[in-house]
Design a protein around this ligand. Structure first.
Ligand code: C2O
Ligand code: CU
Length: 519
């Protein structure tokens, strides 16, 4: 507790100084435990057979710390993986060698607004931004990626993303090579092995990018040998817009041990899991009793995403446009079955562990303490005039509406609604309905209600067992017609953070807003 308190005050001081200078400079009175230089730059990589692929990559250099703090994923555009401990002080020097502006967002971390990668802090080619913060979050799987206004989607797609793992102190969980990340992404390549994005395809941009090839941890290899032992799989959906319905090919339940914000209280058994872009989930998998030579596959099952294109529906204009514009090589809707990753069980003995029945303690936020418990703020995510909007608004760098202002040290309930508020455009809005993964920066919240009364029954039936309402989260999927209430506390830092749809094309189109924590 003492550590946390010290960390927070250090963070506060740092955040304030930077907001005055606005430059993200290194400060002499911050002495980091870990210091890393991350340079975002274009490189050509051998990802496929044949020509190299032009990607963007974070080149990492450890300036202070131990080797365990930083690891690259060899042969991958993805990474690095940064491993830290709760309470440590981190300095990251971000250098931008990309052709366009960029900035890094630390997805899921509770840090001051100046450290959070707000698009207003984006730096140009040749410039740098220095992050200094203390790790106050729970152990868990967090991640980082670019966040410049309107061009986050293409930068993440070209390869920029890495993991930020806050390590557990407890010893009863799989470790070493039996604790491993699985970052799931989808990509499309042309015949020259170059990445294909949504440029020139306004309809795919509206839907969000959907690739036709799965990449795991930034590589095309979709199989791996595993020992007879127990694994902890840290799964991140790092895709721009694709939603997965995760399931094991052997029909066993997924044993969920953690969500976005770390370990659950108890393991949770799920027949399948819906994982939207930005979300993390940790799965316990025991291969100890599996026969050598057996293969177990993590699959994505088919589901109904509730995507509706109204009068431009699949049989009409959209369907025809889809094939032509995509050259017939990419799918055009979320929900198709896909093979994700195969574990090939070898004869090698690994470490076997029993699953702990108590994983952690979670302090429940009592929504009754919320200042707006009786009248939760409502956030409508919908389509209007070929734009994705929140309560009718799109992103403005500075703007904060009244309903986006909160007070420090208060608790609030926010209700997110996929659909318009019934006023205004009516039928025009209904023309397009899609799932939206909602993400709030700067904190972890708890889900207190998932109201499905406005959902299509067939859609709900195809996903209903795949949601997790337990634990700490920073991103959740809002299906068409769904209403989700979250409760959160605004603590420690004042200033502007953002919240947005984590379908990165929607985010880039403006489905993002500021919220401001006032003193
Ligand atoms: Cu992972 Cu604002 O995003
Ligand atoms: Cu969206």
């Amino acid at each position: 507790l003492l550590l946390i308190a010290t960390g927070l005050s250090a963070c506060n001081a740092q955040g304030k100084r930077n907001s005055q200078t606005g430059s993200g400079n290194a400060s002499s009175d911050f002495s980091p435990d870990i210091e890393i230089e991350l340079t975002a730059q274009p490189v050509a990589m051998q990802l496929l057979d044949g020509p190299k692929t032009n990607v963007f990559h974070y080149e990492a250099r450890l300036l202070k710390g131990s080797d365990s703090n930083l690891s690259e994923i060899q042969g991958s555009y993805l990474g690095p993986i940064i491993r830290v401990k709760h309470g440590q002080k981190i300095r990251v020097i971000f250098k931008n060698n990309l052709p366009r502006e960029s900035i890094i967002h630390w997805h899921g971390l509770h840090i001051p607004p100046e450290m959070d990668g707000h698009p207003m802090h984006a730096v140009d080619n040749g410039e740098q931004y220095v992050y200094e913060f203390t790790v106050v979050d729970r152990p868990g799987t967090y991640w980082f990626h670019p966040h410049p206004d309107k061009i986050t989607g293409p930068q993440v797609y070209r390869g920029l993303a890495g993991l930020f793992i806050i390590e557990d102190e407890r010893k009863s969980l799989p470790s070493g090579d039996q604790d491993q990340p699985l970052v799931i992404q989808d990509r499309s390549f042309n015949s020259d092995n170059q990445l294909v994005y949504v440029e020139g395809s306004p309809m795919q941009r509206m839907q969000g990018f959907l690739g036709n090839q799965i990449f795991i941890n930034g590589k095309k290899e979709l199989t791996q040998n595993v020992k007879k032992g127990t694994y902890r799989l840290r799964i991140l959906n790092g895709s721009n817009a694709r939603i997965y319905k995760l399931a094991w090919s052997d029909g066993s339940d997924l044993k969920v041990i953690a969500t976005d914000g770390g370990l659950l209280e108890k393991p949770l058994n799920k027949p399948y899991l819906i994982l939207a872009p930005g979300e993390r989930v940790e799965i316990w998998k025991d291969f100890s009793a599996t026969n050598s030579g057996e293969e177990i596959t993590l699959e994505s099952l088919a589901f109904s995403s509730g995507t509706s294109m109204g009068r431009m529906g699949s049989g009409g204009m959209m369907g025809n446009m889809g094939g032509g514009m995509m050259g017939g090589n990419a799918s055009f809707e979320n929900g198709e079955a896909m093979h994700l990753y195969t574990f090939n069980v070898t004869g090698e003995e690994g470490k076997s562990l029993g699953i702990p029945q108590t994983l952690s303690e979670i302090e429940e936020i009592d929504p009754v303490n919320a200042v707006n418990y009786d009248t939760p703020k409502q956030f409508h995510f919908y389509h209007e005039r070929m734009n994705w909007v929140i309560n009718g608004e799109t992103f403005d760098m500075e703007e904060v509406a009244d309903w986006e202002k909160v007070k420090l040290n208060t608790t609030e309930v926010w209700q997110f609604i996929n659909g318009d508020d019934g006023s205004g455009m009516g039928m025009m809005q209904d023309m397009m309905q899609l799932p939206h993964p909602a993400h709030i920066h700067g904190l972890q919240f708890q889900i207190i209600e998932r109201d499905i009364s406005g959902m299509d029954a067939e859609v709900w039936n195809s996903v209903k067992d795949g949601f997790i309402n337990q634990g700490w989260q920073d991103t959740f999927l809002l299906m068409p017609g769904m209403k989700v209430k979250v409760v959160m506390r605004f603590r420690d830092f004042t200033g502007k953070y953002i919240y947005h749809c984590h379908n990165l094309e929607h985010e880039d189109m403006g489905m993002m807003r500021n919220y401001e924590v006032l003193p």
